[in-house]
Design a binder for this molecule. Structure first.
Ligand code: LHQ
Length: 265
């Protein structure tokens, strides 16, 4: 029997849907899932037919982080180099999501724990099912938040809440996550797929280059003073103003019709 693919990839209407597909393990990461996700994100970056990405999980969970079955200390002769695992698997994924100049929507369909929680936080717009929980599970196994968690958390919800979530590993429900500004919104479980898909499809019909530049600007904001940021906005707006989508958007407004964005240069 052929091995079940750990990542399902399907592009429809400009949306590349990536589904973590190890439901028996709550979609925990093994090495192959890590490399498949990196490959799929590379493809999303270069394939002009892909104008948005939708990341979700198969079954009842979004992702339980690293597959701890692959990390059984009883089978090891010396202490592992988890830094190497981050370099090989998680950091390249987080970097790809952040660098991708296209919107990445995450539909958190169930529990998101450890690196799985922080994978969701790296995405541009996060929608969660109301039953989903976000767990910084690392403290329970003597680790620190990784996959950008200790960077995203204080920026999104402040140091007080970030430290408490990290140190207690307390599950955070989707409604509270939305109230705190950790995610965009929580929706009834039955509505998640339709809402997230509709959002990704509408983004796939939008001004792709402008989205890419927005992403760059907003991500840069945390790391530079206003003065430098105003220069960045000037440069990005100059580039945006030269796109066909800008001309189309203004023409559509003046002609009182919906814009038809091509997404290209
Ligand atoms: C799992 C897992 C899992 C394997 C559930 N692995 N099987 C980076 C560098 C390198 C190494 C270390 O890690 C990292 C980053 C990280 O992600 S560290 C954090 C790793 N993740 C965790 O510590 C979370 C572990 N899982 C849990 O705490 C629970 O499973 C949660 C809270 C996610 C869900 O709880 P329940 O809904 O009660 O489900 P369950 O615990 O019964 O799990 C269902 C099955 O999934 C079960 O298998 P079984 O054969 O008994 O049905 C679990 O063993 C399996 N599973 N997470 N990470």
């Amino acid at each position: 029997m052929p091995e079940t693919p750990p990542l399902l990839v399907e592009t429809v209407d400009g949306v590349c849907a990536l589904t973590l597909n190890r439901p028996d393990k709550l979609n925990a990461f093994n090495d192959r899932l890590g490399t498949d996700l990196q490959d799929a994100l590379d493809r999303a970056a270069t394939d002009g037919a892909i104008r948005a990405v939708l990341l979700t999980g198969a079954g009842r969970a979004f992702c339980a982080g690293q597959d701890l079955g692959d990390r059984d200390p009883a089978t090891m002769t010396e202490a592992p180099d988890l830094g190497a695992t981050l370099e090989r698997t998680y950091n390249p994924i987080i970097r790809r999501i952040r660098a991708l100049e296209k919107p990445v929507v995450c539909a958190v369909n169930g529990v998101a724990a450890g690196a799985g929680a922080n994978l969701a936080l790296a995405c541009d717009i996060v929608i969660a099912a109301q039953s989903a929980r976000f767990i910084q599970a690392f403290a329970k196994i003597g680790l620190v938040p990784d996959s950008g968690g200790s960077w995203f958390l204080p920026r999104l919800i402040g140091e007080a809440r970030a430290k408490a979530l990290a140190m207690t590993a307390a599950p955070l429900g989707a409604d509270t996550a939305a109230e705190w500004g950790l995610i965009w919104k929580a929706v009834p479980d039955a509505a998640l797929t339709d809402e997230a898909t509709a959002l990704a499809r509408s983004l796939a019909e939008g001004p792709t280059q402008a989205y890419g530049m927005m992403k760059r600007a907003i991500q840069a904001a945390a790391d530079q003073p206003l003065d430098a940021h105003l220069d960045l906005e000037r440069d990005l707006q100059r580039a945006a103003g030269r796109t066909a989508d800008y001309a189309e958007g203004v023409s559509a407004f003046l002609e009182k019709r919906p814009a038809r964005f091509g997404g290209g240069g």
